[in-house]
Design a protein around this ligand. Structure first.
Ligand code: MRU
Length: 350
């Protein structure tokens, strides 16, 4: 059993190393891993040691911070070339969450303002650390913005993990739930199991229990039952990418939860920072990551399906804008039609 007073810092920069929780071991063991090269960070992102859109954005940035320390470059241009190699390797790990590309690009832009090798090294490390600090602040502001949408005694359903473990801390969807509780309202949470990797049971239920919330777990197949029987008042989920039309890309199964919510007249909210909004890519062009079949044909080490069958294992799906009651961000809550409300969030950013 993991002690209550242990703080869950998903990813941090410590003594020129990246330290992260190995999320593949939760909820049974709390293991911290320490990396001193960017290939290890790339592998951690690929193998889901760290996961969740904002967390992989900051991990990518810390990967580049390791890359500047690893580099033997003696001239500015050489160091930028080394950074570009690391950027390519880190970027190739997971395709759907935009935060990864956003975090890498932000560091590269900052790096190019440096005039010497030493200055670039300082800029890259300090920018990555600042991104990690800002992630928590942004989540807290987003939480406050979203909390007014929730009422005392609501039971809120969430899908996958969009909590402290999917960010640097506090969380996006779970951040809204935290802020609602901090505003004095009493809330309960229903977490979906989220097959095949079970982020809902392994991470969300663990995190909420750890932080003293009243949380119940349901199998993904019980979403309709829970809504039809009045067990849920509202839904809030995170996002891996939101395009400017308001199409939301999030963990596989989100679309089903949103469709069921619409059917039962239950508000369905998405909480995500502006760094998750992609104003460039069209919904049809977003790449949905396909993961290995063994995630579906077994649970953990145990095989639960026969050999020799086909498996379709998309990691994400797309929820259309008409199913989304509001997109909660650090700059306010956008409402349908999103093509009008999303750009306004960015204007408020300037
Ligand atoms: O495959 P994962 O575990 O990285 O997927 C994570 C999710 O889909 C989260 O719900 C999403 O990143 C929102 S994050 C705050």
């Amino acid at each position: 059993m993991i002690e209550k007073n242990i703080s869950l810092c998903t990813v941090e920069w410590k003594n020129n190393k990246v330290v992260m929780i190995d999320q593949t071991k939760l909820p049974n063991e709390l293991v911290f891993v320490e990396y001193d090269n960017y290939d290890q960070v790339a592998n951690a992102i690929k193998t889901l040691i760290v996961r969740g859109a904002p967390a992989i954005g900051v991990s990518g940035a810390f990967g580049l911070a390791l890359a500047v320390l690893q580099s033997n470059a003696s001239a500015k241009d050489e160091l930028i070339l080394d950074l570009e190699t690391a950027q390519r390797i880190l970027f190739a790990t997971r395709p759907t969450a935009i935060n990864l590309g956003w975090g890498l690009e932000k560091i590269m832009t900052a790096a190019k303002t440096g005039n010497s090798v030493e200055e670039i090294k300082d800029i890259v490390i300090s920018t990555a650390k600042k991104m990690a600090d800002e992630d928590i602040e942004i989540n807290k502001t987003m939480g406050k913005n979203g909390s007014s949408l929730f009422d005392d005694n609501d039971t809120i359903m969430t899908h996958c993990n969009a909590g402290a473990l999917a960010t640097v801390g506090y969380g996006t969807a779970l951040g809204v739930i935290r802020a609602t509780r901090e505003s004095g309202k009493n809330v309960k949470v229903i977490a979906t199991e989220t097959r095949p990797i079970q982020q809902g049971s392994r991470l969300t239920a663990f995190e909420l229990k750890h932080d003293g919330f009243d949380v119940s777990l349901v199998p993904d197949t019980a979403v309709g039952y829970s809504m039809a029987n009045g067990l849920v008042n509202k839904v809030v989920v995170g996002a891996d990418r939101i395009v400017k039309t308001g199409h939301v890309f999030n963990k596989i199964g989100t679309y089903q939860v949103a469709t069921m919510a619409k059917q039962h007249g239950i508000p369905f909210y998405v909480a995500a920072p502006l760094s998750t909004i992609d104003l460039e890519t069209k919904a049809d062009d977003v790449i949905i990551e396909m993961r290995k079949g063994t995630e579906v044909t077994g649970i953990g080490e145990k095989k639960t399906a026969p050999d020799g069958i086909g498996v379709i294992n998309p990691a994400f799906d797309m929820t259309p804008p008409e199913l989304v009651s509001g997109i909660i961000t650090e700059k306010g809550v956008a409402k349908f039609p999103y093509e009008e409300s999303i750009p306004k969030l960015f204007e408020a950013n300037n």
